[in-house]
Design a protein around this ligand. Structure first.
Ligand code: DGJ
Length: 739
């Protein structure tokens, strides 16, 4: 890893994964010269299109052929001969939006500085280049930060904007990062969805004009996960250049890709400028959230492996990195709101028989909460359901030998609650408009520190009993009428971002106060599944969709960015409560197999004996494999209509799991074959189910024949009785030490 500087004007950031080269060019304008595979001689790179004679183009300050409209600019602004989407857009006290940033100085830091009030990737084995640009007229400084790591193909970028002038500035757009890619045909990959249907993959040709994924819902949201990859045409799992971006941010974001007039592509990532207005007073500064970019020369698997390792090592709280997650029984789809102490203790006994390690009391435990119309905000045990309180219940559950987990939805309040009756002003709202409701609830105004302080106190009162091992932090609505009565009119455009800053302050305080509690991020499933939340909470409830077929697409999609370590799943009921499908326990179990946190949410007394036996077997296997689900390498081997095949190599490389799903049965089907990846070609791998020894070489070259679905009465090895929703797990154990 190195940050090289030539003549104080050329900068090359390189490690074994990529090089990123920028330089100060004419008029002290900062330009990007190169982003791609590591370069041996970065100074040989010339600026992209430094000066071209283009008929009818505008020239910067009248300088002949200095046309910024096709330059790859590091931090483009509006109105200075570049017509593409800028990184920065604001209004000055003259009422116009023309700013001009020019190079001033640079410095290199040995590690990585933290951002103010925002989570960001941790440093270590890293260097940071800070480039300072200035608008002399308005006396504004823009500090661009670039961190490069020794061991990861990730480039971290953010910006700090400092108003040293005499006048306030209204910022409308302040991107975290802008990346330019030279003219070429590209494809885009992103993930869209909604509740219970998160992470659907869409791959399209990069259109002319702009393609934007964003959120104006207050949370990053499942509608578009904050992830966009721009890649070479025909990029596959193993080949092609991929430029992928995400943000360490949980609020309104936007990531766009724009194909300019001259076919170059500009990627911009940051807070969504839509409805964002930040009044930066003279003397104040603001930091953007951090953008992370991965470059992969080895297609999408190469990209995913870069993200996975980085998220494990530099985003997820270090404390839980190597801690296997307990198998759990969650009360939600077993009991919904109908919970009480007697029932929970009975469930605890049943959970023990099944081999489960933790009991999680989900929604319904607090004052008056019998359905979703009331009580959010009143974080005290319901006296009728839990006369001895939560502390006693947690103690009793722990005394039986289980861990105990509890659900909260702290950011919300029902109008029907003491909290709302006592503090009607503590919600996001605007004057003269009746507030919209989502799941009968309102959003608390976390831009007010008094609200965060109250929540910290109320939640701490419960957690400080010392008997709570896990907290599920839920959030079940998108924001509407985003306004706060605590700020003047000119600052109302700041509230969505201030809410997220307030939320981060609260999460920071709580996770520091209760470092041994395992927190799980949930927003009706994956409605806020992003690296901002994962900086505080080591895992996420990936989706409320626990039907195996519904889950496959979700796990497959999420795996492009997220490692198995941060995902949670359970075996839910059949028929599935979301889509009504009837499925076997085995297929429900296997769909969530590659998640670090696994459990069940089932009405145990109403299960058949056979089902109970199966669950016991699966829970035992969950407990046995829980350590293996941390770290490791995940491969998407096959995704076709009705077929998914994934491979997972454990972090010590001693085991390989191959999971195949066949969704709808058909007649006279072909036999699919997959080539395994990442094995040691000289090693032997033992397939227990078939007492078969195969070399890594054969498995990677010839491949492995997936099971044949048949009606034959006598099933042979590698044959499965024909039916819908077949899931098969193959386990290979490495048999020798590779030479
Ligand atoms: C939504 C979550 O995704 C569910 O798992 C459950 O916790 C409910 N909220 C409880 O209200």
């Amino acid at each position: 890893m190195s940050i090289l500087v030539q003549n104080d004007r050329n900068f090359a950031l390189s490690n074994r994964y990529f090089s990123y080269v920028i330089s100060v060019e004419e008029q002290d304008i900062l330009r990007q010269k190169y982003y791609g595979p590591p370069l041996a001689k970065p100074w040989e790179v010339l600026p992209v299109n430094p000066k071209l004679h283009r008929e009818l183009s505008s020239s910067f300050e009248g300088i002949k052929n200095l046309n910024l409209n096709e330059a790859l600019l590091e931090y483009p602004t509006y109105g200075r001969s570049d017509y593409r989407l800028p990184a920065f857009h604001a209004q000055n006290s003259d009422g116009n939006s023309i700013f001009s940033f020019h190079y001033k100085s640079y410095k290199i830091l040995k590690d990585k500085p933290e951002l103010k009030g925002l989570p960001s990737a941790r440093g270590g084995d890293s260097e940071t280049l800070m480039i300072c640009l200035e608008d002399q007229h308005w006396n504004i400084t823009l500090e661009l930060r670039y961190t490069i790591y020794e061991h990861y193909g990730v480039l971290a970028k953010s910006s700090r904007f400092l108003n040293k002038g005499m006048h306030d500035i209204t910022i409308q757009r302040l991107a975290s990062s802008s990346i330019g890619l030279p003219a070429k045909d590209y494809e885009l990959l992103h993930f869209y969805g909604t509740w219970s249907r998160e992470f659907n993959e869409e791959r399209i040709n990069m259109p002319r004009g702009r393609f934007v994924i964003d959120s104006s819902r207050g949370s990053s949201s499942a509608a578009h996960n904050p992830f966009l990859a721009v890649m070479e045409i025909d990029t596959s799992e193993d080949h092609g250049h991929v430029y992928a971006s995400t943000l360490v941010y949980s609020g309104n974001f936007a990531i766009s890709a724009e194909k300019g007039e001259f076919e170059d592509v500009r990627i911009i990532a940051g807070i969504n400028p839509f409805d964002f207005r930040w009044n930066l007073k003279a003397g104040q500064q603001i930091d953007t959230p951090e953008a992370l970019h991965v470059f992969s020369e080895n297609g999408l698997t190469g990209m995913s492996h870069q993200w996975h390792q980085f998220i494990r090592d530099r985003i997820s709280p270090a404390r839980f990195k190597n801690e296997s997650r307990p198998s759990f029984l969650n009360t939600w789809e077993a009991c919904y709101f109908d919970v009480n102490a007697k029932k929970i203790l009975e469930l605890a006994d049943q959970a023990i028989v099944l081999g489960v390690e933790m009991l999680v009391l989900d929604d319904g435990w607090f004052k008056g909460r019998n359905d979703d119309t009331s009580s959010l905000g009143d974080w005290e045990a319901d006296k009728k359901k839990f006369p001895s309180g939560i502390e006693q219940l947690a103690k009793d559950v722990q005394a039986k030998g289980l861990k105990f987990g509890l659900w909260f939805e702290p950011e919300m309040v029902n109008p029907e609650s003491d909290l709302h009756r006592n503090h009607p002003d503590w919600i996001l709202h605007v004057p003269a408009r009746k507030s919209s409701l989502g799941r009968n609830q309102l959003t608390l105004d976390l831009s007010q520190s008094v609200v965060g302080d109250y929540l910290f106190e109320k939640i701490s009162e419960i957690l400080s009993c010392g008997f709570i091992d896990y907290v599920k932090w839920d959030m079940n609505r998108c924001m509407t009428e985003i306004g706060s009565n605590q700020l003047p009119a000119i600052q109302q455009g700041e509230i969505a971002h201030r809410y997220i800053l307030g939320l981060y302050a609260l999460l920071d305080k709580l996770t520091k106060a209760f470092p041994s509690i395992l927190f799980e991020n949930c927003a009706s499933g994956g409605n806020r599944f992003d690296l901002g939340m994962l900086s505080f909470f080591p895992q996420t409830w990936t989706s409320d969709m626990c039907d195996p077929i519904g889950r496959l697409e979700i796990v497959n999609g999420a795996s492009y960015l997220f490692p198995n370590d941060v995902m949670a799943a359970y075996i839910g009921p059949s028929p599935n409560h979301q889509n009504g499908r009837i499925s076997s326990i085995k297929s429900r179990y296997l769909a969530g197999f590659f998640c670090a946190s696994r459990g069940i949410s089932l009405d145990i007394p109403n299960l058949e004996k056979e089902e109970i036996d199966k669950i016991k077997e699966y829970i035992a296997f969950t407990n046995f494999t829980s350590q293996e689900m941390l770290g490791g390498s995940f491969y998407r081997l096959l995704k076709e209509p009705h077929k998914f095949c994934w491979q997972f190599i454990t972090s010590d490389a001693s085991k390989v799991y191959l999971l195949y799903f066949h969704i709808l049965a058909a007649t006279n089907m072909s036999i699919p074959r997959v080539r395994l990846k990442g094995l040691n070609s000289k090693s032997q791998y033992y397939l227990k189910q078939e007492d078969l020894l195969l070399s890594g070489d054969t498995l990677m070259k010839l491949g492995f024949e997936l099971p044949f679905l048949t009606n034959a009465p006598n099933i042979a090895a590698r044959e499965v009785l024909k039916r819908d929703f077949v899931g098969m797990l193959y386990e290979f154990q490495i048999k020798d030490t590779p030479q």
